[in-house]
Design a binder for this molecule. Structure first.
Ligand SMILES: [Zn+2]
Length: 237
């Protein structure tokens, strides 16, 4: 399995690591800062840097079938580092930070719109959530105003680990019905936005909501009788 360093420090941009296996479908490392695609967030891009060769461009990051090994997907035709090699794994930080801002903004959107979440996607400085909002009328300008109010609070975003059993005893913590929280390893990560929100999440987030910057609500679409898709876009950091 791969030690997932981004879980405890999303701001870490690189690490030294050892290659465990190396194939065209992906290079497995013993530890990484690369976030693997999942929970509505895309896999990181970046590079593996190793001696004597050009860096290997990483075009995506995914979990292997065991859901414990993280695979760094090489660009077509890239030279792969051999098993046992020491490499520096470095993410495309500009891209990742946009996703951290979008992801955290979506947590705040779920505070503004406290309805069950049925789907979502974290884009690069944009994103969307689908809500079962029932008969509620969602006003675009009002949602945007409240979202930016929460961002401006500059609330601290922290995480802590709890046992699966504790989460099972508090099912109200789970807002996202379509994405099951990452359970099964005995513990699950809770993301807290100081005074605003608490939910299990495996993604990457900014440390304070002020880092999100200005958010616009770019669309509210009907996706069925009681379902609404709300899209947001962020300004420059
Ligand atoms: Zn999250």
């Amino acid at each position: 399995m791969t030690q997932a360093l981004f879980r405890d420090d999303a701001y870490r941009t690189e690490t030294e690591a050892t290659v465990m296996s190396s194939e065209a479908r992906g290079v497995a490392l013993d530890r990484t800062v690369f976030y693997p695609q999942g929970g509505g967030q895309s896999g990181d891009r970046g590079a593996l840097i190793f001696e004597g060769r050009s860096p290997m461009a990483v075009v995506n990051t995914v979990y292997d079938v065991d859901r414990a090994t993280i695979l760094h997907v090489p660009a077509d035709g890239a030279a792969l580092p051999p098993p046992g090699a020491r490499v520096i794994a470095r993410i495309d930080w500009g891209l990742r930070f946009k996703r951290m801002r979008s992801h955290t903004a979506l947590h705040l959107l779920s505070v503004v719109l406290p309805y069950p979440v049925t789907g979502g996607s974290v884009g690069d400085a944009e994103g969307r959530l689908d809500f079962d909002s029932g008969e509620a009328v969602l006003d675009k300008a009002e949602v945007e105003r409240r979202l930016n109010e929460l961002i401006a609070l500059d609330a601290a975003v922290t995480h802590r680990w709890i046992a699966d059993a504790e989460l099972e005893a508090n099912p109200g913590l789970i807002k996202t019905m379509s994405v099951k929280p990452p359970m099964g390893t005995g513990h699950v990560r809770l993301i807290a936005i100081e005074g605003l929100d608490l939910q299990p999440c495996g993604g990457t987030h900014v440390a304070r909501t002020g880092e999100i910057g200005h958010a616009s609500v770019t669309g509210i679409e009907k996706k069925g009788k009681i379902n609404r898709r709300v899209r947001i876009a962020l300004g420059a950091a």
